[in-house]
Design a protein around this ligand. Structure first.
Ligand SMILES: [Zn+2]
Length: 364
């Protein structure tokens, strides 16, 4: 089959034409056995001596073959242009035999000629994007659609790899929410796979978006299935957002879970503590002192069979506890209404005091 006229361009735009529609990625592969090279062993010796023309011509022939083939692919999908055309020359090994593969890849598109008055406008504000950016955009949109239409379908390896390799952050919430569904409804092996991919994805998020995305998900119950994973990523990436924590703490109501989460975030260590952050740390300390006071009351308790009275603290659940007890005998909460000793106001204050002292030692 002889291909009809198909335009090709190595860039993402094509001068004098309007790109009407991007169709899909097209590719062709030409595999060369080792014979290809042994046949040219003789000319190889002359390679640097200027007699490489036979070899060059042969290569050119192969590139043309790849080009013909990708043009036919384009025609098949209804395109009249290949945008962002690229050639790759790869070594592959099969059964200990060295082989080479020439790959042509590009985006099939439909283009039409531009009228003259439009032309001058386009030349003025032309933006250059390269071909692979377009491929990325197409695939990204496909994944977005998939997430929207089939939120319960789990992803294949290649989709995950694409999302992770390209640090695609704008589908973050949808992706993690869908993963929550998959994780909860699938078999153990697949759930573990899903968890692993979510983890890799969270680590791949670009720095400039990671702070907002990770904090929002961590603090929102909707994402709690992966809460621990999200927290570990925040911690391991040393993402501390004092302003966000302060803001959330100041507006907190009686949401106990949120309180724990915010306090646990204070254990995150920012790698680059800035002296300018001192004010934030002080504000946080103040906020914790005023917003998280001791919630229990104190009283006396008469000992049985004795006339002596002892001091007790009275929990919000009404249980009277010996002063030596750190946690309520009945409900296991401490005097601040917190359950565990990992995070509570005294611990948080201690972390903050340490940081403040450290920062103040740099002050003149
Ligand atoms: Zn209690």
């Amino acid at each position: 089959m002889k291909s009809t006229y198909i335009l090709t361009t190595t860039t993402s735009t094509i001068e004098g034409y309007n790109i009407e529609q991007y169709l899909q990625t097209v590719s062709s592969h030409i595999v060369l056995g080792t014979n290809f090279f042994s046949d040219f062993a003789a000319s190889f010796t002359d390679f640097f001596g200027g007699q490489s023309t036979i070899y060059e011509n042969k290569l050119k022939e192969i590139y043309n073959k790849a080009l013909d083939s990708i043009k036919r692919e384009t025609q098949k999908v209804g395109g009249n242009c290949i945008i962002g055309l690229k050639f790759d020359f790869d070594q592959i090994s099969a059964k200990n035999m060295g082989m080479f593969m020439v790959t042509a890849v590009g985006t099939a598109a439909i283009v039409s000629t531009i009228k003259n008055e439009e032309k001058s406008k386009i030349y003025k504000d032309k933006k250059y994007i390269n071909g692979s950016e377009i491929d990325k955009e197409i695939k990204k949109n496909k994944i977005k659609r998939e997430l929207r239409e089939n939120p319960k379908n789990s992803f294949e390896d290649n989709n995950w790899n694409f999302i992770i390799e390209n640090n695609i952050s704008e589908i973050c919430y949808d992706l993690v929410l869908c993963s929550t569904e998959w994780y909860k409804t699938t078999v153990v092996d697949k759930a573990n796979y899903c968890l692993e991919k979510v983890k890799q994805y969270l680590y791949s998020l670009p720095d400039e978006d990671a702070k907002t995305l990770l904090y929002t998900m961590y603090l929102d119950e909707k994402f709690s299935t992966f809460g621990k994973t999200i927290f570990n990523v925040i911690k391991n990436r040393n993402i501390l957002d004092n302003k966000r924590i302060l803001n959330e703490l100041e507006n907190i109501d009686s949401d106990v879970k949120l309180k724990y989460k915010l306090f646990s975030l204070l254990t995150v260590r920012d790698e680059k503590i800035d002296v300018d952050d001192l004010a934030d740390y002080k504000a946080l300390l103040e906020c914790i002192e005023s917003k998280f006071p001791v919630v229990v009351s104190y009283g006396k308790q008469k000992k049985m069979f004795s006339s002596t009275e002892i001091d007790v603290w009275i929990c919000t659940c009404k249980q009277e506890n010996d002063m030596l007890l750190e946690y309520c005998f009945k409900c296991l909460k401490d005097k601040y209404g917190f359950y565990t000793d990992k995070v509570n106001p005294p611990k948080a204050k201690e972390w903050l005091m340490n940081t403040i002292n450290f920062l103040e030692s740099f002050q003149p």
